[in-house]
Design a protein around this ligand. Structure first.
Ligand SMILES: [Zn+2]
Length: 452
């Protein structure tokens, strides 16, 4: 039984499904106005891991993640660069999916675009107005979340404390500082859609509540996103659903921040770091391994040292995957005890650091069994190793038989060290090759490397 921390309840709780065997998930996707940053990469990987684990556990998962393709940020960039807003949104969306493919994130079952749902959004606004929970102001239509009894649930704060905290904000167009826009009237030259109150565009919080309920229905199972979305975005989605008489998400799951140099990463702090740079400069699988090595609710430190370390760890995993592929091992089912330990770790609020430690343990065990020519244990441990890597979405390189260029380069450096009589360096390079799972031999023509 999977237990997850529920932000609304403030504790780890069993995942209770709306319908046995089926999981419906909505994860807030990007606003497409710039390149994806590392925080986007993290939430995408965290929820990809959760989704894959649920599928691996035998559940039928429906995964929805939206594209916010109309927003002030898109309009502002279009104005700054004198381009069509649709051009910004379309291009940034292409870059988004390319990046998701590169880091191995499964495509959603549905990827609703806000602009395709404007009619339904207008209907929701009309309903909230009719109920008396919203009002028309001079620049748009606003919602009063004070009508929702438990408003503040996801912020873990009371309505009073949120109101007190919000008073510093200027609230020219709204009755209360905590009110938010359901519909924004268009200024001259801005993209707009018709509505009974004036041409305009939907507010961000209205987009997600409409798309999630439309595709997944009332009381869907999991609503997820980065912790920065819990309040106000998710709280405001929830408030509209509750006011409109809908049961909303049963479980709220949020992942922690990415830290670069020890600070929370965000564009507003100026330490914005681009996911595309990471993909270009590193094995993209290293980011998944880094995400897995940290608990999803903990901060994730991204630095050259942590990415290098993850890349080195991946190499070791690849090496054993290759050795297993090349060994002529008997057919074997994965070690059931190892799979039970994997389940226990993941069911415990998705304890992926424990799952990764288990993966390393199985790698060592399979490697040792291969060395000892214990085919049976190599097969059983190796099958569990590959099964768990697959469940976590880590695609290991079982490669062809040829020795990769990077390994040959290490062998060449060792020959240079030997020629220079630098025995310490030659030994260190030899140890490195052996640690990566290679057989190393000295021959008259120099260092020969081959698979064990
Ligand atoms: Zn959202």
């Amino acid at each position: 039984m999977l237990r997850l921390f529920d932000t609304a309840q403030g504790k780890v709780l069993p995942l209770e499904l709306r319908e046995p065997g089926k999981v419906s998930m909505y994860v807030c996707g990007p606003t497409v106005y710039g390149p994806p940053h590392l925080g986007h990469g993290r939430f995408s990987l965290v929820f990809d891991v959760l989704r894959r684990y649920l599928i691996w556990s035998g559940l039928d998962v429906t995964y929805v993640s939206n594209i916010t393709d109309i927003d002030d940020k898109i309009i502002n960039r279009a104005n700054d660069e004198d381009r069509a807003w649709t051009d910004i949104a379309t291009r940034c969306e292409t870059v988004w999916w390319d990046a998701m493919d590169a880091i191995g994130v499964m495509r959603p079952d549905h990827d609703p675009h806000a602009t395709a749902y404007v009619t339904q959004m207008v209907d929701l606004v009309a309903d909230l107005l009719e109920r008396g929970d919203a009002y028309v102001s001079d620049d748009g239509v606003y919602f009063s979340p004070a009508v929702v009894d438990d408003y503040g649930l996801l912020a873990r704060q009371s309505l009073e404390s949120l109101q007190a905290g919000a008073r510093v904000e200027v609230a020219e167009h709204k009755r209360s500082p905590i009110d938010f826009a359901l519909w924004k009237f268009a200024k001259p030259g801005e993209p707009s859609w018709p509505s009974p109150w004036g041409d305009g565009r939907p507010g961000w919080h209205t987009e997600c509540v409409v798309m999630s309920l439309d595709l997944l229905g009332d009381g869907f199972d999991i609503h997820g996103g980065g912790l920065d979305l819990a309040f106000p975005h998710h709280e405001n989605e929830r408030a509209q659903a509750v006011a409109g008489g809908h049961a909303f998400a049963r479980h709220w799951v949020h992942n922690g921040f990415v830290e670069v140099g020890g600070e929370k990463m965000s564009k507003s702090l100026g330490n914005f770091t681009n996911l595309l740079d990471l993909i270009d400069s590193t094995d993209p699988r290293a980011y998944r391994l880094l995400v897995l090595r940290a608990h999803y609710r903990s901060p994730l430190e991204i630095s050259k040292a942590t990415t290098d370390d993850a890349t080195a760890a991946l190499k070791k995993l690849d090496t054993v995957a290759r050795l297993l592929a090349e060994a002529d091992l008997p057919e074997a089912a994965p070690d059931p005890e190892a799979l039970n330990r994997f389940r226990a770790a993941m069911d415990d609020d998705l304890d992926t650091p424990r799952a990764v430690a288990l993966l390393s343990e199985l790698r060592r065990r399979a490697n040792t069994a291969l060395d000892a020519e214990d085919d049976q244990d190599a097969a059983v441990a190796g099958a569990a190793f590959l099964e768990i890597a697959g469940a976590l979405g880590l695609v290991l390189d079982t490669g062809g038989r040829e020795v990769p260029a990077e390994v040959l380069a290490v062998a060449a450096r060792r020959d240079e060290a030997r020629a220079a009589r630098d025995w310490a360096l030659a030994d260190a390079l030899r140890d490195q090759l052996v640690a990566d799972g290679w057989l190393v031999e000295d021959t008259p023509s120099g260092t020969q490397v081959r698979r064990a």
